[in-house]
Design a protein around this ligand. Structure first.
Ligand code: FE
Ligand code: CA
Length: 499
């Protein structure tokens, strides 16, 4: 169904009119992200045939104009701002519109039009004014959405929460070739080239549950390893599988970062330059919360003792870093701002100390970068950060941890709190287990679950309430979500307080 400029501008083509002709270009949905008090990023990609092997989504070799609109209601009765951008063939017809001139702390609706078709409508929000107290915030965070491991029901349940903000902490896609006996096999070989990565994003983003979660709230995203390659660290690979020359590895990283930027609602400041991408950044929810979004992959030192789980003295070397020196200095500067009541670190890998009685630890997590962790914890203590809260993905199970000044002395003070959001699908259905592995020697590890789902944080000036939202199954569609466990973190009292 064709939509004229006149009907689009007049707002007569609402969400009900989503044509499904073979030429329909909005099969990958819409998204918004990185909100500010006066602006937000709007995203879409034109791809009538998202699974085409050339990664170009069935689009012609030409740039294509895309109209966009923002309104205060989903009927688009009053369009606040609008414009036209070019979806470039060179960008696989992805667009990142920075919609400016918006009011702070406001709800908006947006949509796109191209080639006579109108997209679905998305809802988004701006943040409160920089110095405003602002409303309370409901924020969801999640990670590890392996298409092969299950249905994206948890994304659907996230959409149903109508939250103000959604964080995705990495492993948005997985890079592997199709595996046998999985719920929904990947298309094609292990992804290596830019067309491979673009097609993989196309396959993931065709999922209606994923699209619903994007369309309901602004997202703030950071990648982890599988968005590039399993357990890589900076310029180093974990293993040589598949074998790649150094030049091929650079090409792969470059392709992965480029496709990540192309397919997520990031600001143009995060557009990759060559084989690097600027992803660590801060977002201010007025004076309530500051989000320090970290990149613990791109700048980290090589895995200690070749990675894996082991006893490893090298992990204690003071020069080792999981952030790199520049990001560490930037984070410490951020701690000194004291802008919000809550300082929230959105990052990828297990932060709390978790060595077993023989000293075995996960070299891919902060236990492999102990001096780096100590500098950051010391950094927030020295700067008297009132409420440091670390949000974590990666591990495919849910955890809640008290962060200790000294992990070898359980009587040392609790100096922060860590919430680990399990996975959206990775690991499959899981089990009802809630016995905390290793708790006997690490009593600061307070909660564990092997179910899939996400975390919900309700943040007020007085308290952060964390709800572990879990599903009993993902290998079949339709699981309901329940709150398995809740904790409170009262203002000024780091650590977990059971509800
Ligand atoms: Fe993962
Ligand atoms: Ca990971």
């Amino acid at each position: 169904m064709a939509v004229t400029r006149r009907t689009f501008v007049l707002g007569l083509a609402g969400t009900a009119l989503v044509p499904r002709s073979p030429a329909y270009p909005f099969r990958l949905g819409v998204a918004s992200g990185d909100p500010a008090p006066d602006s937000v990023v709007l995203w879409t990609r034109l791809a009538p045939s998202p699974l085409d092997a050339d990664g170009q989504g069935g689009m012609p070799h030409a740039d294509v104009p895309v109209d966009w609109q923002i309104a205060t209601s989903p009927t688009f009765g009053k369009v606040v701002t609008s414009g036209t951008v070019q979806a470039r063939y060179a960008d696989a017809h992805t667009v990142h519109v920075v919609a400016n001139g918006l009011r702070p702390d406001a709800e908006y609706y947006y949509r796109f039009r191209a080639r006579g078709h109108v997209s679905a409508t998305g809802r988004t929000l701006t943040t409160p004014a920089f110095d405003a107290r602002g409303r309370d915030l409901t924020m969801l965070f999640a990670c590890c959405s392996n298409l092969e491991s299950g249905y994206f029901t948890a994304y659907r349940r996230m959409a149903e929460e109508h939250a103000d903000l959604i964080l995705h902490l990495g492993d948005y896609i997985y890079e592997g070739a199709a595996k046998p006996n999985v719920v929904r096999p990947h298309l094609g070989r292990e992804i290596l080239t830019l067309p491979d990565y673009r097609r993989r994003y196309g396959q993931y983003k065709m999922d209606p549950d994923l699209q619903a979660a994007h369309a309901v709230a602004p997202w703030v995203v950071v990648p982890d390893d599988h968005d590039v390659e399993d357990d890589y660290s900076g310029v180093f690979r974990f293993d040589d599988l598949p074998p790649l020359t150094p030049a091929q590895w650079v090409t792969r990283r470059t392709a992965a970062y480029r496709a990540y930027y192309e397919h997520l609602p990031l600001r143009p400041a995060s557009a990759p330059v060559g084989n690097s991408i600027q992803l660590y950044r801060r977002l201010y929810w007025g004076r309530l919360a500051t989000f320090h979004m970290l990149d613990t992959r791109q700048f980290r030192s090589r895995l200690a003792c070749a990675g894996g789980w082991k006893v490893c003295r090298e992990a204690d070397q003071p020069r080792r870093s999981i952030t790199g020196a520049a990001q560490e200095a930037w984070l410490l500067d951020g701690f000194a701002e004291h802008h919000g009541t809550w300082d929230i670190l959105g990052q990828q890998v297990f932060f709390a100390g978790r060595l077993d009685p023989t000293g075995v630890g996960n070299m891919d997590a902060w236990d492999g970068y102990r001096a780096s962790r100590a500098r950051i914890q010391r950094g927030w203590q020295d700067r008297r950060v009132r409420n440091p809260v670390v949000l974590t993905g990666d591990i495919h199970t849910a955890w809640a941890n008290d962060l200790k000044a000294d992990y070898t002395d359980e009587r040392s003070p609790t100096v922060g709190t860590e919430l680990i959001c399990t996975s959206l699908t990775s690991r499959g259905d899981g089990t009802p287990d809630t016995a905390v592995p290793g708790q006997a020697t690490n009593p600061h590890l307070r909660f564990y679950s092997d179910r899939r789902g996400y975390c919900r944080a309700r943040i007020t000036p007085a308290q952060l309430t964390a709800d572990f939202r879990t599903l009993d199954f993902v290998k079949l569609p339709g699981a309901p979500v329940t709150t398995l466990k809740s904790f409170a973190i009262p203002d000024g009292r780091p650590g977990l307080h059971p509800l």
